[in-house]
Design a protein around this ligand. Structure first.
Ligand code: PMP
Length: 326
């Protein structure tokens, strides 16, 4: 099944392109076998651990995840004969929890705690790996994650745009996608003697990265209903990445993009894709017409039916609802 990971289409987003006079493209990562961009990181991390000889036949992979990396690790693990122990905050969507159980993950749900708390899912997963002799995937600080994106996602985007790309916008969980694509596109631009694209962080409310890019301050305010993105620290995957700008996107603005992509383009995407496209549109408006902007459609909307497409859930939070569900 690993042959099905990557090689995703780059889709021209006609609504976003028309509204800005730019060419805006979304990389259809929801088409990976596990349904998200994180299949690429899972495969890269497993292959790195195999190469280093730490992951042996019949071994166990342990990871803390918002869900998508756990799905990728479990599916690749199934294909290669590894067991997977997945630690996840219980606040994540019901659909991801059910799917992880369905595919055979040994799932441990924990209360949502900040990173500084020893009960945070990342620390719980590290301790579980140490105690059980399993291999800790450590997606946040294991740079095999970004190297996988550098080799595959970045190379695909460069080929699919013919190297004509003015800006790349992306949200961060681990930072693996943003960093790998940013580094890979910069390598390719250098090789071809052209300017590298601008790298723009797309950040939800409740994340520290926007303030960090803008003024070096990681402090956090607010919150978001999106999952898998936002960060309170500079992970190893994010180290050394040069950011040209950052956009902080409120949930309502991301939802507007999610609903219009579905109704007008037939694309069903999740919350982080909405944040990414909203940031691409803001970037297009800043750059002016005629530019090419690429972003990531990280996963699909069905994974969040009970939240992003649940009118009661949205109304309780004062958020917009899709017209066709009203
Ligand atoms: N979007 C979704 C839906 C995710 O699950 C994740 C990963 N947690 C991301 C975006 C962020 O990707 P990365 O970890 O590569 O920064």
């Amino acid at each position: 099944m690993t042959a099905a990971i990557g090689g995703t289409p780059l889709i021209r987003l006609k609504g976003a392109s028309k509204a800005t006079g730019c060419e805006i493209y979304g990389k259809a990562e929801f088409m990976n076998p596990g349904g998200s961009v994180k299949d690429r990181a899972a495969l890269a991390i497993i292959e790195d651990a195999e190469t280093r000889g730490v992951l042996k036949p019949g071994g166990t992979i342990v990871e803390g995840t918002a869900g998508n990396t756990g799905i990728g690790l479990t599916l690749v693990g199934n294909a290669r004969g590894y067991r997977s122990v997945i630690v996840m905050p219980e606040t994540q969507s019901r659909e991801k929890i059910d799917f992880l159980r369905m595919i055979g993950a040994d799932l441990r749900l924990v209360p949502a705690k900040p990173f500084r708390d020893p009960g945070n899912y990342v620390h719980v997963s590290r301790r579980l790996a140490e105690e059980s002799g399993g291999v800790w995937a450590n997606q946040f600080d294991n740079t095999a994650n970004r190297e996988g994106h550098r080799r595959t996602t970045a190379a695909e985007i460069w080929a699919q745009t013919g190297g004509r790309i003015d800006a790349f916008t992306c949200a961060c969980g681990t930072g693996g996608t943003l960093a790998g694509v940013a580094l890979g596109l910069a390598d390719a631009a250098k090789k071809h003697g052209v300017a590298r694209p601008r790298i723009v962080l797309a950040d939800p409310e409740g994340s520290g990265l926007y303030g960090w890019v803008k003024n070096g301050d990681l402090s956090i305010s607010g919150g978001s209903i999106t999952e898998g993105i936002g960060q309170s620290r500079v992970t190893a995957n994010l180290e050394g990445v040069v950011f040209d700008d950052a956009e902080r996107i409120p949930d309502a603005e991301a939802l507007e993009q999610i609903f219009s992509m579905l109704a007008e383009e037939g694309l069903s995407v999740g919350g982080s894709a909405g944040i990414n496209v909203a940031a691409a549109i803001r970037t297009a408006r800043k750059l002016g017409p005629g530019h090419t902007i690429v972003t990531i459609l990280c996963d699909g909307g069905a994974r969040y039916q009970s939240k992003l497409f649940n009118t009661a859930f949205l109304r309780e939070r004062g958020l917009p609802t899709p017209a066709w569900l009203d």
